[in-house]
Design a protein around this ligand. Structure first.
Ligand code: SF4
Ligand code: SF4
Length: 496
């Protein structure tokens, strides 16, 4: 049974949507009779697909004479070669071997870039190259089928398809040059088009360099820094050029309604699709930077380093008890705060404090809900990693000491994944900050949490009373919800 039955009366609901002042008596004559939200949701009219001004009719608006209509074999289709030979246009317009376009296209492309034509500059060309990423999906699909896993080693240098990307050298123009501030603005705009929601920047120093992994369990060779021009890898190592002195960090959103219907394969779908988005956005960034004369070191599914930490360093959120990044906009409903090391100078963004971690001190909602008992329930964070609790588990293999937090037990978490045949995600779906901005009074609550911890317990209790969080008992109704594309409301405006 849905939680709405017990938490909201019809009167409360009407008041909530601002209709109470009209008078419920008056409303009764013009509105359908519902006793609670579940009835509203299950009514067939709640499932409407089009606005009222879109009429349904029996035939399409285009008239068709079905007697004259013939089938068409697309194999005979030609919009180029068959019309060129013989013709004066032949050489200029014919597709160049191994490409999709003609000599004319290439010569115009170079001219437009050299002339800095609006919409056709070098950096605009970098945006264009985002289109090639569907091709890496084939590669990913192939590699996954081969059991190698998302990204594997190839994401580090950026997949073979980057060879197709135009470069300043191939076009015959100088590479893009901008101030760090201009470059930050440019990357933020590019990444948002590519699929990222929020974007931050970090300048690499001796301290945060320790948050770049020195190897990857997926790739099985060391990651080292060298004085070299280009990112490269051999059978022995993966090499980050020392000139990659900046990190660009970006969030990929994960949908609320789908995530909180877990643990299930539906919530797993939300996770997997968000991971795919991470791969796609990363590839697009690598292509973009290559086109304007720079480079980005790519990470596989585990990332180039602990991703929540980079999210915090770049000001995209705070690491919470659940050991994910809690963002001001979307809470922990992201996968991931992905980062890439780049050699394009950018202006760093500062870390933020909006009271999330402080809220975690008195809120244990995720830890209480964790079916694997993997999250810490201590009120205060600690410098101590997960204590050794039996002779087999080796916490030093999954916890990296040196920061004060609620270290979590990755083994217990993973054990539950096996038991439940799912990737769980209950902590994400449960977190008090896992809300959509327009959904609730949360936009009022967040500024208060950001200023004082006085009301944290009150807000925690309210959150429970309102029945927010997991909807494990409503998993099946996801199929009838008609959610937005990617199940995400992208009309919400990020703060950054
Ligand atoms: S994914 Fe599940 S088992 Fe793992 S920490 Fe989160 S709630 Fe616990
Ligand atoms: S559920 Fe509560 S304790 Fe857990 S991460 Fe969210 S705010 Fe922190």
């Amino acid at each position: 049974m849905s939680r709405f039955h017990s938490t909201l009366s019809r009167r409360d609901f009407m008041r909530g949507i601002g209709l109470a002042s009209v008078g419920l008596g008056t409303l009764s004559s013009v509105t359908p009779r519902f006793t609670d939200l579940d009835e509203i949701i299950s009514d067939e009219k709640a499932n409407y697909k089009q606005p009222w001004w879109v009429r349904e009719q029996d035939q399409g608006v285009t008239e068709v004479d079905w007697d004259k209509k013939q089938t068409f074999n697309q194999a005979q289709y030609d919009n180029r070669v068959a019309h060129l030979r013989p013709s004066p246009l032949d050489d200029e317009y014919r597709t160049l071997p191994g490409t999709f376009v003609s000599e004319l296209y290439y010569s115009n492309m170079k001219t437009f870039i050299q002339e800095n034509k609006p919409g056709f500059s070098l950096r605009d060309r970098g945006i264009y190259w985002g289109w090639a990423s569907p091709m890496i999906k084939d590669v990913l699909g192939y590699r996954r089928a081969g059991g190698i896993g998302s990204g594997s080693g190839e994401s580090f240098t950026g997949y073979d398809f980057l060879d197709l990307v135009d470069t300043p050298e191939s076009i015959g123009v100088p590479r893009w040059e901008g101030t760090p501030e201009e470059n930050s603005r440019m990357l933020r705009s590019a990444l948002k088009l590519m699929g990222a929601s929020t974007v931050g920047f970090v300048e690499i120093n001796d301290n945060n360099k320790k948050l770049v992994f020195t190897g990857s369990s997926l790739v099985g060779k060391p990651v080292v820094w060298e004085d070299t021009e280009n990112i490269y890898q051999t059978n022995e190592k993966q090499v980050i050029p020392n000139k990659c002195k900046w990190a660009v960090v970006y969030t990929i959103r994960q949908p609320l309604e789908t995530t909180k219907r877990g643990p299930s394969w539906i919530s797993d779908g939300a996770v997997g699709i968000a991971y795919d988005q991470c791969d796609i956005v990363q590839y697009r960034l690598q292509a973009f930077l290559k086109c304007i004369g720079y480079q980005a070191v790519g990470g596989n599914i585990f990332g180039l380093g602990p991703l929540p930490a980079w999210g915090e360093l770049s000001g995209l959120g705070e690491v919470g008890r659940l050991q994910n990044l809690i963002t001001p906009e979307f809470g922990p409903l992201i996968r991931e705060s992905k980062f890439n090391l780049i050699d394009l100078p950018v202006a760093p963004t500062k870390p933020v404090n909006f009271g999330a971690q402080r809220f975690c001190h008195t809120c244990l909602k995720c830890a209480d809900a964790c079916p694997g008992n993997a999250l810490q329930k201590n009120r205060e964070p600690s410098w101590d990693i997960t204590p050794k609790y039996d002779e087999y588990v080796k916490p030093e293999l999954f916890n990296s000491p040196g920061h004060k937090t609620w270290y979590f037990d990755h083994f217990k978490c993973r054990k539950f994944w096996e038991e439940s045949a799912s990737f769980c995600g209950v902590c994400q779906g449960t977190c008090v900050f896992s809300k959509e901005k327009l959904q609730s009074i949360h936009e009022f609550v967040k500024p208060v949490i950001g200023q004082t911890s006085l009301f944290n317990s009150f807000f925690y209790n309210m959150d429970r009373a309102f029945g927010y969080g997991l909807h494990s008992e409503d998993i099946e109704n996801w199929w009838d919800m008609n959610l937005p594309t990617f199940n995400i409301d992208y009309s919400e405006k990020p703060y950054i």
